[in-house]
Design a protein around this ligand. Sequence first.
Ligand code: DSN
Length: 390
Amino acid sequence: MKDTDVQLLLQYEAKRQEQDVNLIASENYVSEDVMTALGSTLTNKYAEGYPGARYYGGNEHMDTLEVLAQQRALKLFSLSPDEWSVNVQALSGSPANLAVYAALVPEGGSIMGLRLDHGGHLTHGHKVSQTGKWWKQIAYEVDQETEVLDHDALRAIALQEKPNVIVAGYTAYSRIIDWDALRAIADESGALLHVDASHIAGLIAGGVYPSPFAYADTVMMTTHKTLRGPRGALIFSRKAYSEKINKAVFPGLQGGPHMNTIAGIAVALYEAAQPEFGVYAQQVINNAQTLSQALQEKGWRIISGGTDTHLFLVDTWIGGISGKDASDALEKEGVIVNKNTIPFDTKTPNDPSGIRIGTAAETTRGKTTDDMLALAERIDSILRKNIHDN
Ligand code: DSN
């Protein structure tokens, strides 16, 4: 590389990724093949439009590629192309959720989403996100005692507020989601059910977490978390909504799709369809359960008492160290997590009461439950050294 400044940064970051323990719940390591697709000649190509209807010439191979990615996505989640479509062009999760609402929620309508500090995402209608400015957020919560979803409370809110769409699927929620219960609430309140499966996509693909497809009207997932692809998103929709969603993505919100990313997504979908991906997904959960349990046994409070997924939250504040200080202390010793609010947090998002831990990335690096036990020792000892006196 002639640009030695950038080359050096690439080398530094590669080394950092090699050396650090990565417990960021939304990160993963893609394969060499995905990297090859991302760094390919496809980055040179403009392909505004959709297969067979592009605004530029020279898209013969791009059409084949985009259709291949669509076919693989539908097949991976056992969806019939007669009932479902998938848009593979959204640049990432936030614009993908925005596209879904732009297509399906009328101006001034409402989005019922889990509160950000209870595990929801900014784009589930939070006021600082455009999704909370163009539409009204009807917020729901987890139960204060159990820290899991309370369907009775959720149903009461939905029946009173009659949102246009209910969003299920979260960013910092470690339990199995009862899709059936949410479908029933959506039906009773006259709402659509939109599932944000970004975090759990790879677990669903691997067959180790319940699939939402039989219950949802639309399912959005990012491709770079547990699904282990490049940064991007898939928007699945029942046929009745697909045309509106496609128009919302292009030309509504985006121009030319990133065809190199779509190629990377196609490769990741191929990889996720292999039998070994199911083994990987199960190991991700085994590792998260082992790590959370080991930390719990060392006295750390785990939100909701454990995990059914790749992630969990630790209430570090009750153990004597804030989420920010915990995250900083761990980072100094090469263990990367993110600070995170916990339900009913008494502290602030910049210095919340907890940290979020995920095992998808380290499992890709071959880590086992024995490694998780050693990691729990390491995390516990770092945190204990940094507990505040007060
Ligand atoms: N920021 C992502 C996460 O870390 O969960 C969600 O967009």
